[in-house]
Ligand binder design. Structure first.
Ligand SMILES: *[C@@H]1O[C@H](CO)[C@@H](O)[C@H](O)[C@H]1NC(C)=O
Ligand SMILES: *[C@@H]1O[C@H](CO)[C@@H](O)[C@H](O)[C@H]1NC(C)=O
Ligand SMILES: *[C@@H]1O[C@H](CO)[C@@H](O)[C@H](O)[C@H]1NC(C)=O
Length: 240
């Protein structure tokens, strides 16, 4: 009984479906409808030049330059090829043919942010990581660069794929002049060099002054002595 009812319902449903089919698609799959007539479609790469008549089939002609049809069609004009606009961050990956639109792709260093039917129509530059960050994931044609902060004790100028640990000055036997940040390394200095530099800077002038002083002193002594020797007989003469 139940099966019988189900059978009837299914039959009615099938009849309805068939009816709809008949009502709404009057032409065959590879035909298009024009003024109540069904005409054969033109193949991809072509468009309709003359619709079919009772005696003739559809007259098709190839798409002119820079136009295409990628499906069987009843179009009087082919579709215009898209343009890969460099101002929109995209470039040609595959040129337009009579049967396929151009395929654009993001330019080098760009990623797609808007697509139309799998074709990239707008791309923007990958983000740059800031100093203090590292490149966690390099950008692709479809994804932006992923940046992440350097953690304690490491640094990166934003162009590296990993943060570098700060130089440990004491391990190198040096002293830390400037502590490292997340964007800069620690700055080490040779402590003895600093001492030496200061020593030389102070010592050399001091030595020079000392040497000059000693020279001047001894020269003066010598002059005084020479004078005394020269004048000695005169004294004696005067005395006598
Ligand atoms: C990364 O560091 C910046 C500045 O130091 C801070 O504003 C931001 O919240 C940090 N981001 C994360 C995910 O910790
Ligand atoms: C970062 O370093 C500072 C000083 O070296 C320390 O006090 C702090 O606990 C560290 N933080 C983390 C999360 O390691
Ligand atoms: C960032 O650091 C790397 C490695 O230390 C270096 O080769 C590069 O020139 C630096 N870039 C900038 C912009 O400072």
């Amino acid at each position: 009984m139940n099966m019988f009812l189900l059978g009837i319902i299914l039959s009615i449903a099938a009849l309805f479906a068939l009816n709809f089919e008949v009502c709404f698609s009057t032409c065959a799959r590879a035909e298009y409808q024009i003024e109540g007539e069904c005409c054969p479609m033109c193949a991809p790469g072509n468009h309709v030049y003359w619709h079919c008549t009772e005696d003739t089939s559809t007259t098709c002609v190839p798409c002119p330059e820079s136009t295409y049809t990628d499906e069987p069609n009843g179009l009087l004009k082919c579709l215009s090829c898209s343009v890969c606009d460099t101002a929109k961050g995209i470039r040609v990956r595959k040129g337009c043919t009579s049967t396929a639109d151009v395929i654009c792709e993001p330019q080098e260093g760009f990623y797609c942010i808007y697509r139309n039917k799998h074709i990239c129509t707008l791309a923007v530059k990958h983000s740059k990581c800031s100093p203090g960050q590292y490149i966690k994931q390099t950008g692709t044609a479809f994804t932006d660069t992923l940046c992440a902060n350097c953690t304690n004790g490491t640094y990166s100028n934003g162009t590296l794929s990993a943060c570098q640990p700060h130089t440990k000055c004491d391990i190198k036997g040096l002293t830390e002049i400037e502590a490292g940040t997340t964007s800069t390394d620690a700055e080490c200095g040779k402590s003895y060099t600093v001492g030496l530099t200061v020593g030389v800077a102070v010592g050399v002038p001091l030595m020079a002054v000392l040497v000059l002083f000693i020279c001047w002193k001894s020269k003066r002594k010598k002059l005084y002595f020479d004078q005394r020797v020269q004048n000695a007989p005169q004294y004696e003469q005067n005395m006598t």
